[in-house]
Ligand binder design. Structure first.
Ligand code: BG6
Length: 490
């Protein structure tokens, strides 16, 4: 990432919230000490709490100390902190009420010679997106005339197809699509950005990237944690809306899309949306052969989902999904995309596995009976890298063939506290690179796909809890694979 020369005010709605403390301020702090922000990049945090700027800065300092531990540097902090100010402001005000905010930002703008560029970051509950954006528009704070004003929104954008459409329609009078940056923090992850480089930068992969050579694709994302303090949020989302609708479908679209004609954001997004549009579930007669849902139950060291705070004691919300999806196009005809995602599993890990077909006729060579299918594994986190499995002769006098692994590790075990994804997303929003953000039609088709899954599972009564916290998930997940396929295990 280069230095961004854009002067701007970065306005955080939800300045006292958890996301701001854990991710946004640490990400901005890192960008500042790495000199990636312009000298005239000012942060205004907005919250309802009766804080002074001084008190707010103190709180953020504690957050940064907690985040950076021994590496905390007082001198760096002192340079950064003068860029932060706090405004007590109730963002549920009417348009009229936004005059206070407008005046405050104009003053900061003038004092620092910024010239009107703004990013409004909405780290607030989704129900506040619409009133905030409409009020900003109504006070003419989103004009984009001689300067730019962009809005970054966290997920979820809507809670289903209907509400997402309504929200989009209701804000589209106030903001143009190109100025709205819908965040999916997975798109900021290093290895997810690497997917296009691996696919389109290697002549050994792209020609084989289709149903003729690929047996199956797996996207596995497991977490060791439960829902922690987010019980009420999770009750409204579950794994389908919390992970599948956004992060997983975004990864899938990058793996499955056609090569874009250029790397311009709109070209990339055009291809991603086509891949999402072509998704279908094919559950034949029995839905449980295609979609396995799970909910974690208690283990000796962890309570079950139904005992978590703010969770209904008879909750039917799934914390796990394993499924088989197909992409209806020429490239992917007949190739299953297996997806496995959940909380309360044994490892924190996200990876994408491309399993190639076995060579035809290989069984005529007895010595080759040991061969395993070629496999490309893209490790997204916590270790970042790629791993390629090929077959080769074992050294020695005998002719024995075994699989060997070519392993490229880019970075090992980045801390779960990493803010790298947020740093990248902030910088790209400043640079106006929207390819790392979700366009409306991508989102619309993702919601449509989720609806088709919801429709399919209506007919089946999953019995919860059906896996013990910290174990591999429901055993039924193994049954949905075609007979010669297995879930990848590292
Ligand atoms: C969030 C989900 O979007 O992603 C969380 O709401 C989940 O439930 C998190 O834990 C996972 O993100 P990461 O970057 O830790 O894989």
């Amino acid at each position: 990432m280069n230095i961004s020369n854009e002067n701007a005010i970065f306005v955080i709605f939800g300045g006292t919230g958890d996301l701001t403390k854990r991710k946004l301020i640490p990400a901005l702090y890192n960008l500042e000490i790495e000199k990636k922000l312009s000298e005239k990049f000012i942060i205004v945090a907005i919250g309802r709490r009766d804080y002074t700027t001084e008190f707010y800065r103190k709180q953020m300092k504690e957050a940064i100390i907690e985040f950076s531990g021994d590496t905390f540097n007082e001198k760096d902090w002192n340079k950064f902190v003068i860029k932060i100010s706090y405004l007590r402001f109730d963002f549920s005000h009417t348009c009229e009420g936004y005059t206070i905010l407008d005046k405050y930002l104009s003053k900061i703008d003038k004092e620092n010679g910024i010239n009107g560029n703004r990013i409004y970051y909405l780290a607030v509950p989704p129900s506040s997106f619409e009133p905030i954006i409409n009020n900003l528009h109504c006070r003419k704070m989103l004009l984009n005339k001689d300067n730019w004003q962009r809005v970054m929104v966290e997920k979820p954008f809507g809670s289903n197809l209907k509400s997402a459409r309504e929200l989009n329609e209701n804000i589209s009078k106030s903001i143009k699509e190109k100025n709205l940056f819908r965040i999916d923090h997975y798109l900021g992850k290093e290895m997810i950005q690497n997917i296009m480089a691996i696919r389109f930068g290697n002549s050994i992969f792209e020609p084989l990237w289709n149903h003729q050579y690929i047996e199956n694709i797996q996207i596995i994302s497991s977490e060791t944690i439960g829902v922690k303090s987010r019980g009420s949020y999770y009750e409204a989302t579950g794994v389908l809306k919390d992970m599948l609708q956004n992060h997983i479908l975004q990864m899938l679209s990058l793996i499955a899309m056609e090569p874009p004609i250029s790397l311009l954001p709109e070209e990339i997004r055009d291809e991603k949306v086509k891949a999402i549009k072509s998704l279908r579930i094919d559950h034949g007669e029995k839905v449980e052969d295609t979609i396995v849902l799970g909910q974690y139950g208690e283990s000796p060291s962890h309570i079950g989902y139904r005992d978590e705070d703010n969770v209904n004691s008879k909750s039917k919300v799934p914390t796990f999904i394993a499924m088989k999806a197909y992409i209806d196009n020429f490239r992917w005809s007949g190739v299953p995309f297996y997806i496995k995602v959940g909380k309360g599993l044994p490892e924190k890990e996200t990876k994408i596995i491309i399993q190639f077909k076995k060579l035809p006729g290989i069984n005529h060579y007895e010595e080759f009976n040991n061969t395993k299918p070629n496999m490309l594994v893209i490790r997204i986190q916590p270790n970042e890298g790629i791993y390629f499995q090929i077959n080769a002769k074992t050294p020695g006098n005998e002719f024995k063939v075994n699989s060997v692994e070519m392993d490229y590790c880019q970075k090992s075990a980045i801390s779960s506290n990493s803010t790298a994804a947020y740093e990248r997303l902030i910088i790209e929003a400043i640079r106006n690179n929207s390819s790392l953000f979700t366009r409306w039609d991508e989102l619309e088709y993702s919601w449509k796909y989720i609806e088709s899954i919801e429709q399919a599972i209506k007919s089946y009564n999953y019995q919860y809890p059906n896996y013990v916290f910290g174990t591999e998930g429901p055993t039924m997940a193994d049954k949905l694979l075609e007979s010669n396929h297995k879930w990848y295990k590292s």
